[in-house]
Design a binder for this molecule. Structure first.
Ligand code: ADP
Ligand code: MG
Length: 228
């Protein structure tokens, strides 16, 4: 317990919630081949706490500044938990506020998933127009809120098998006014076992409020100061 507190203090990690899992001391503890391939040696502070939290199937609200490695913090536990690619339908959804970010996030996720046959797809316009969209093999779908909400409304995509829903850049999702779309995506991920997580660079009241309404017993993780 002492080592845990020392590490958290050194990393300026502030956590709250019930039975928060201990932070990751090193990537070696994960025994993940993916991470060795990507060449990272040490986890960033947000990765140290968010990875074990999501692996423990706990919902979380994670706040750390831009450039702090939040993408790896969610995609690594998702891939480790899904274990292998599967044709069972979409099992993880990552929502990003703008298309460029969705494309970039999908690319970063693929980099981490290197060497395995994971189907990580950013939802493109041409995919939306594809009548066979439902049959496309996708493990992880990255999308903006509008595109995904529109497909859901038309029942052209099913999220009922989703195990992980990540709302990335949650502060921006709010600033940009996507509350309605987020609500319908959250509702679409109807699996009672689905794990929801919010990642954000800042924590305005709107994000805290969303966390309270959509998550069960979440772990709150803040690196540094809340709105720096
Ligand atoms: P954020 O989403 O918090 O803004 P990103 O996930 O985009 O940050 O990561 C920022 C950069 O840091 C990326 O180029 C990524 O490859 C790199 N990165 C992520 N994790 C690590 C790590 N553990 N060690 C070194 N670099 C990392
Ligand atoms: Mg990011």
């Amino acid at each position: 317990a002492e080592a845990v507190n020392v590490l958290r203090k050194r990393c300026r990690l502030h956590v709250s919630g019930q039975n928060v899992p201990p932070p990751l001391m090193s990537f070696d503890d994960l025994r993940s081949k993916n991470i060795h391939a990507s060449g990272y040696t040490e986890p960033t502070p947000i990765q140290r706490q968010a990875i074990p939290t999501l692996l423990a199937e706990r919902e979380c609200l994670a706040c750390a500044q831009t450039g702090s490695g939040k993408t790896l913090a969610f995609i690594l536990p998702i891939l480790m938990s899904l274990k292998v690619p599967s044709d069972a339908g979409i099992r993880a959804v990552i929502v990003c506020p703008i298309r460029e970010l969705a494309t970039q996030t999908a690319r970063e996720c693929r980099k981490i998933a290197k060497g395995r046959k994971w189907r990580i797809r950013a939802l493109t316009r041409s995919m939306c127009l594809d009548p066979k969209l439902k049959d496309l093999p996708i493990d992880v779908l990255v999308s903006t809120p509008l595109r995904l909400a529109r497909l859901l409304k038309k029942k052209r995509v099913s999220l009922s098998g989703v195990q992980y829903l990540i709302l990335d850049e949650a502060d921006k999702l709010f600033e940009m006014g996507f509350v309605k779309q987020i609500d319908s995506i959250v509702a679409g991920c109807s699996n009672p076992k689905a794990i929801r997580a919010l990642f954000s660079a800042t924590l305005p009241d709107s994000v805290e409020e969303l966390a309270r309404t959509i998550m069960v017993d979440p772990v709150r993780i803040i690196v540094g100061e809340k709105n720096s």
